[in-house]
Design a binder for this molecule. Structure first.
Ligand code: BG6
Length: 489
């Protein structure tokens, strides 16, 4: 039998995502000897570049991650020699025929498998998929296509996109990426829950008071205003990254670790979610601000953002899963740009110990004494559990301490970038971390009505200063459900 080869074509090769994430991830996989023996990387974009110019461009963002690796430069050179370029229009049949020619030359004599990574704006997805599937799909091996969000703007447009993609591809060939699913601590979520007796039995309304999913960035949308203004933070972060984490967190035990079994459970959770009401959503937008002599711009100062834009750069939402496990447990999500810190974490607040013997020691604020499990996805990956503990000494005084698993202290190896995990999975045909179309439909069904209402009623976002903790409305929303955001304690 012939040996096989994989050709990876990055469509939109000169874009930001390709340069900053995709090529470096491919190189890291090559460096770690994870790529198949025979592979080539093609960059496809409109600009006229030679192979050499593409290599030059890519080489600027490749890193060896851990400095002083001796053979890194040699490896980089070997990798770059496997990278080629094809310039072409995104909707040009002819240019894809040319690409196909080049792919064939490289594949000579081997079983050809082809992976396309669409790192391009959504309005040209279909053109590319049509041309690629007609003219550049593998004649005898597999053809897979990785697509990046946005997958539409609401239920309707997303369904339309899926329908059109499926004119050219089968569901099996479509790899919808959500890079948060490739993050180490998100992947670990199931391990933590399903293989630890101290957690698994507690994972329900019986012991958990609320769950918080928090995403914050300490920079604004500068440079991406054009894209961002059309989507806003709910579509950019909540509907995908946070909701995917929630689904993994809350799903029932899957039959196995098989992709379909896991995705079946995720979709059930998503479909069990109560329709989100406007009352349970708070939106905000950052305003300009001067601090320590430095001035920070408002969202609307960005030239690419229309004046008077109401697009939220911050949102908080309280969502509920109407099933036996999670009935009435608030899941609070919060996502914002231009806040005081960059962080993504999951916080699980447990209930009170019934008849706590040490009640007196906590004064009136018993809520502060409940256990909290924190899974810090980034930065400084960590898992820690807040417990009550006696302060050593002759008196009986208690405090809260952390049982702490800091990744940097425990695991000396580098944590791979999410794109490495996901690209490798796509090459290997592992679909576990990619979004199936029914999951996508359910995710849109949750947010579409509220997004429409926000836009139809032209709800003004609450302004918050750049670099602050965000709008106070988020605290009122949490208080409505007797919750205190854990990241403030
Ligand atoms: C992207 C969003 O999906 O995720 C960006 O479009 C956001 O707005 C980014 O900045 C955050 O990803 P990470 O991996 O840097 O946390």
């Amino acid at each position: 039998q012939n040996e096989s080869t994989v050709s990876i074509t990055v469509v939109g090769a000169s874009g930001d995502l390709a340069r900053k994430k995709i090529f470096p991830a491919l190189f890291a996989l090559f460096y770690e000897d994870c790529l198949p023996k025979h592979f080539t990387v093609f960059g496809y974009a409109r600009s006229k570049l030679t192979d050499e110019e593409l290599r030059n461009m890519i080489s600027k963002t490749l890193t060896c991650r851990i400095d002083k690796r001796e053979n890194c430069n040699d490896k980089m050179e070997q990798f770059l020699q496997r990278c080629f370029y094809q310039s072409g229009q995104y909707g040009s049949e002819e240019n894809f025929v040319e690409l196909d020619q080049k792919l064939r030359e490289n594949e000579a004599g081997k079983l050809p498998n082809r992976l396309f990574y669409l790192s391009i704006p959504p309005n040209i997805f279909i053109d590319v998929v049509r041309c690629a599937s007609h003219h550049a799909s593998s004649p005898t091996g597999w053809t897979r296509v990785i697509v990046e969000k946005p997958f539409g703007r609401d239920s309707e447009s997303s369904a339309e996109l899926t329908r059109r993609l499926k004119q050219y591809l089968t569901e099996d060939q479509i790899f919808r990426i959500d890079h948060y699913l490739g993050k180490e601590l998100v992947e670990n979520l199931s391990v933590l829950r399903f293989s630890n007796l101290v957690f698994e039995p507690l994972w329900s309304r019986k012991y958990i008071r609320n769950v918080q999913l928090i995403f914050s960035e300490d920079f604004g949308t500068e440079g991406r205003g054009g894209y961002f203004d059309n989507y806003g933070i709910i579509r950019d972060i909540m509907q995908n990254h946070l909701l995917q984490i929630l689904a993994l967190f809350a799903m029932e035990t899957p039959v196995s670790l098989d992709a379909e079994d896991i995705r079946n459970e995720k979709v059930k959770v998503l479909r069990s979610m109560r329709t989100l009401k406007l009352d349970d959503v708070v939106v905000g937008q950052y305003k300009g601000h001067t601090k320590g002599g430095k001035s920070y711009p408002a969202y609307t100062d960005d030239q690419t953002v229309p004046k008077g834009s109401l697009t939220p750069t911050f949102a908080a939402a309280a969502v509920f899963i109407d099933n036996a496990r999670w009935d009435d447990v608030p899941f609070l999500m919060k996502a914002g740009k231009a806040l005081n810190t960059r962080r993504a974490e999951i916080r699980v607040q447990f209930r009170h110990v019934p008849g706590n013997l040490y009640k007196r020691n906590f004064g009136t604020d018993l809520d502060k004494a409940t256990n909290e499990l924190v899974i810090r996805v980034q930065p400084d990956e960590a898992i820690y559990l807040k417990i009550n503990n006696k302060i050593p000494g002759l008196s009986m005084r208690l405090d809260r301490s952390n049982l702490n698993l800091l990744y940097a202290a425990r695991y000396l190896r580098e944590i791979p970038d999410a794109y490495e995990r996901l690209l490798l999975d796509a090459i290997e045909g592992e679909r576990r971390l990619f979004i199936r179309s029914d999951e996508l439909d359910a995710a849109w069904a949750l947010f579409t009505p509220v997004l429409k209402e926000l836009e139809d009623k032209r709800i003004s976002p609450e302004l918050y200063p750049y670099g602050s903790r965000g709008p106070v409305g988020a605290h009122y929303l949490a208080a409505k459900y007797n919750v205190r955001w854990g990241d403030l304690s």
